[in-house]
Write a protein that binds this ligand. Structure first.
Ligand code: SF4
Length: 52
């Protein structure tokens, strides 16, 4: 289990606000923009939960 707390409950890897992915990749949200705070970042590993 990772130590990554994440509140994206819609993600397949999220279980009780803990990321279950073995690794994650985080990128800048906007190409050619300088990131100055967390709003400019985004998790590339996100995958939607499978709907039943
Ligand atoms: S993969 Fe990214 S969005 Fe999904 S639970 Fe982990 S940190 Fe959150």
């Amino acid at each position: 289990m990772s130590d990554i707390k994440c509140r994206v409950e819609e993600c397949f890897y999220n279980n009780s606000e803990i990321c279950q992915a073995s690794t994650i990749e985080v990128k800048s949200r906007f190409r050619d923009h300088i990131v100055s705070n967390s709003d400019g970042t985004a998790c590339e590993t996100f995958a939607p939960k499978v709907k039943k």
